[in-house]
Structure formats: structure tokens, C-alpha cells
Ligand binder design. Structure first.
Ligand SMILES: [Zn+2]
Length: 360
């Protein structure tokens, strides 16, 4: 069965490669929000959760901030950039109500296996824990960073302190700023402030995960100063708040995420180094369960819906198709080869990656 799937992917790859991308980009930005459900992306605040009488969060706040009678109005309220500019100029995949499916190909449905799949294109069954094990698989960022155009112009900013293992920082030599690490080197005044602020914010997630506002601002400032050509923002507030049962804060985090993407896009389109030659890819590492029974808080193999996800893209290599109604099944593992294809490169690591998605 597995061999047949691989054979199918191989023929898709040939077909995709021979058609090529309509318009190449020179830069790619990837931004992910850990465990943000497709249900909120396409339907806004969940009616069951907005009215949950046993909630430990404020249903009053959820209604006041995010409620509207129709799902379309709710999603516009929650993610206004997604449902205006991104919908008009980009593409949004994963609305299962349209028969448009986007899933994990790996069988685990939690973080490290998800990020490994996104960036290596390889749903490796040996990657089956969140432990800080240096990734033996090569990511597309490590692969591209060996090319002269991208060498030293690739950066990873993540809230979770496992990204340095996922991107095998020691082997890849990529710039990885994760957990509570300070940005080293010669810094401007804002960067010095951000280094200091991250240690003064409440460490509400405990362990090695900082709040996304620190990750985003540190990464965004790094972009403005250094103009990397390959940039990754790995955010995590939604997953943390969902695990904690705090649906009000989970929605706030989704709304911040949407606004940070707006800021990125507006910056890209007003900066000569990036304008009209930068594509932004947006996704998540896994899904979560349904509202019923409180399963929205959880994910992993025991939660049947936790492999259900979404992705979005905007930029010159992306056709303005809006919310996709195409009946298809795509996987997060296709993103690695897509990143390379958008840049006119072919991702050929030692393992066999899933084929690129066609976004143009
Ligand atoms: Zn996760």
C-alpha cells in the first residue's frame, strides 16, 4: 500500500516538475501557528465553544469579540486579513466542507513529526517524539542554504525551543533563534530591547516556550535589518492556550497571527528587496479534535480529526484562487518541495520528499 502511494507521488512529481511554476519568487517566508484548527480558519469562533456553560474561559468575551450569526461573518471577524486580502490575492486550502482536504501524511499528529514533515517533505515514521533529538533528515532550508544565493540568508525564529533540533542547527549551520535565546551579534536599539523584553514577559507556558509576540517581533526586526531570502516564523500560542482549555485566549492568538501576516505582507509589498518577488506560505503542524467532549483541546493519534489541517499562500508564485473548492487531497509534506519549486529549484535530499503542490 505504502509503495503504491510512493509510486503515485513520484508520477505526480514528474508531472508537476515538467509543468514548472508560472512565476518564480526570489524569496520565501513561511509562518506557522501550532495547532490552529481548520474549523476556526473557515468558520470563526465555534458555536459550541462560545456557548459552553462548563467553560473555564470567558464565553462572554468570546461572544463580544468574535461572535456573529454566520460562519462567514465570524471568520472575517477572527481573521480579517485572511478573509480580505489573502482570499482575494492568494489561496486558502483545507475547507473540508468543499471536499478540499489538507492533512498530515505522518501518523502521529503532534508537533515534531509535523514540522519535520513540512520542512523535509518526508513523513518519517522514525520521527515519533517531541524530544530534542537532532533531526537526521535534511530540511529544505538546510538544503537551499548550501546554495550561494541563500547561504547565510536563511533564518528560523521559533517560540518553541525544539526548533533548533528540528532544523539540526549544529549540522545545518542555520541561524535558529528559539525558546528564550537572545539574538547575538551587533544589534540595533530595538533588538537589544526585544532581547531583554522576552525575559520580562510572563513565562505562562513554562518550559522553553516563549510567547509569540517576542518571537514575531524579534524575527520581524531581523528581517528588516538583514533581509533574509528564506525566513521561517514558528509560532505556538494557539496550541498552548488550547491545551490549557482557554478558548478565549486561543482566539486572541489566532487573531494576532492573522494581523502579523498582514504586517508581513504589507512590509514585503512596500520594500524593494521583497516587493513582487516574495511568496508567503502559511500553515500549521497538526489539527485538533472537535468541540464535542472537549476534544478541541487535544491532538495526537487518539483524536480522530487531529490530522485535518489547512494551508494558505500569497505572492507572485500563487494564483489568486481564493478559498479552494477543488476536490483534492493534499499533504503538509508537499510544502518542502513547493518551497524549492517556487524558487525554481528542485529539492533533492537523501530521502524522497513528497511532490510539490501546484499553487499557480
Ligand atoms: Zn503542535
Amino acid at each position: 500500500m505504502k509503495r503504491q502511494v510512493i509510486a503515485l507521488f513520484s508520477s505526480l512529481l514528474l508531472c508537476t516538475a515538467s509543468m514548472g511554476q508560472a512565476k518564480l519568487s526570489e524569496n520565501v517566508i513561511i509562518i506557522t501557528m501550532d495547532g490552529l484548527r481548520w474549523q476556526e480558519i473557515f468558520g470563526g469562533a465555534d458555536s459550541l465553544l462560545a456557548n459552553d456553560t462548563a467553560a473555564i474561559y470567558s464565553t462572554g468575551y468570546v461572544k463580544e469579540q468574535f461572535w456573529a450569526p454566520s460562519a462567514n461573518a465570524r471568520r472575517e471577524k477572527l481573521m480579517p486579513f485572511f478573509w480580505s486580502t489573502l482570499q482575494k490575492e492568494g489561496v486558502i486550502l483545507g475547507n473540508r466542507n468543499n471536499g478540499n482536504f489538507f492533512n498530515n501524511a505522518n501518523p502521529y499528529w503532534f508537533s515534531y513529526p509535523g514540522y519535520n514533515e513540512i520542512f523535509t517533505g518526508f513523513p518519517d515514521t522514525a520521527v515519533n517524539s517531541n524530544d530534542k533529538i537532532p533531526n537526521k533528515n535534511e530540511t529544505v532550508l538546510e538544503y537551499l542554504n548550501k546554495m550561494p544565493e541563500y547561504k547565510g540568508r536563511t533564518a528560523v525564529f521559533g517560540s518553541w525551543d525544539v526548533y533548533s533540533s528540528i532544523f539540526n542547527e549544529a549540522r545545518s549551520g542555520l541561524l535558529v533563534n528559539d525558546g528564550y535565546r537572545d539574538l547575538p551579534g551587533k544589534l540595533n536599539e530595538r533588538q537589544v530591547l526585544f532581547n531583554s523584553l522576552q525575559h520580562q514577559m510572563p513565562a505562562i507556558f513554562h518550559g522553553g516556550e516563549r510567547l509569540d509576540v517576542a518571537t514575531f517581533q524579534m524575527g520581524f526586526e531581523y528581517m528588516k535589518v538583514n533581509k533574509p531570502r528564506l525566513m521561517y516564523f514558528g509560532l505556538g500560542d494557539c496550541d498552548e492556550f488550547a491545551h490549557g482549555g482557554m478558548y478565549d485566549s486561543y482566539l486572541d492568538a489566532a487573531q494576532n497571527f492573522d494581523d502579523w501576516i498582514r504586517q508581513l505582507w504589507e512590509y514585503v509589498q512596500s520594500t524593494p528587496a521583497y516587493k513582487n518577488k516574495t511568496t508567503i506560505l502559511i500553515t500549521t503542524d497538526h489539527g485538533r479534535g472537535l468541540a464535542e467532549g472537549g476534544n478541541w483541546k487535544h491532538h495526537g493519534q487518539k483524536i480522530p480529526e487531529a490530522s485535518e489541517m489547512w494551508m494558505a499562500a500569497i505572492g507572485p508564485s500563487v494564483k489568486a484562487a481564493g478559498e479552494s473548492k477543488t476536490k483534492q487531497q493534499a499533504y503538509q509534506g508537499q510544502i518542502a518541495a513547493t518551497i524549492a519549486a517556487i524558487l525554481g529549484k528542485e529539492f533533492k535530499p537523501a530521502h524522497k520528499p513528497l511532490p510539490a503542490l501546484k499553487l499557480d
